[in-house]
Each structure stands twice: as structure tokens, then as C-alpha cells.
Design a protein. Structure first.
Length: 74
């Protein structure tokens, strides 16, 4: 069973949102809220648990690198 937590979604453009649910749900919500090339950070209990960096391709494409998990507790 996946546990639910209160996540803070911080976007590189200065916006932030709260999301209550699972880590997978928070990652989906954050990806929908952000527009590339904005970095995304997910915090739970004041700890950074996941991040997603922007991607700039040599061909002019903009997107994101895969999610990086920093805390395994979630």
C-alpha cells in the first residue's frame, strides 16, 4: 500500500502548490502544472524527495530529464 503525504510542489518560476496523496500522484500533478523548461522540486515534511531538471536538446527541443528520487522513504 502506498502511503499518502502532504507534498509541496515548487516550480523554478517561483510558483508553489500543495498536493496531498502519493509520490506518484504528486509527480503527475507537478508535471501537469509545469511548462518546460521549468525545474520541479517535490518536498515532503520539509525534505526534498524528488526533482526534475529541464532538458535542452541540441536540435532546439525542450523537455525534462527523468525524475530523480532523493529520499527512498516514500
Amino acid at each position: 500500500m502506498k502511503s499518502e503525504h502532504l507534498f509541496i510542489i515548487r516550480l523554478g518560476d517561483g510558483r508553489h502548490f500543495e498536493y496531498e496523496g502519493t509520490l506518484d500522484g504528486a509527480k503527475r500533478k507537478a508535471s501537469k502544472l509545469a511548462t518546460p523548461p521549468v525545474a520541479i522540486q517535490l518536498l515532503a515534511e520539509q525534505r526534498l524527495v524528488a526533482t526534475r531538471r529541464p532538458y535542452f536538446g541540441w536540435d532546439g527541443k525542450v523537455g525534462w530529464h527523468p525524475w530523480e528520487l532523493l529520499e527512498r522513504a516514500f
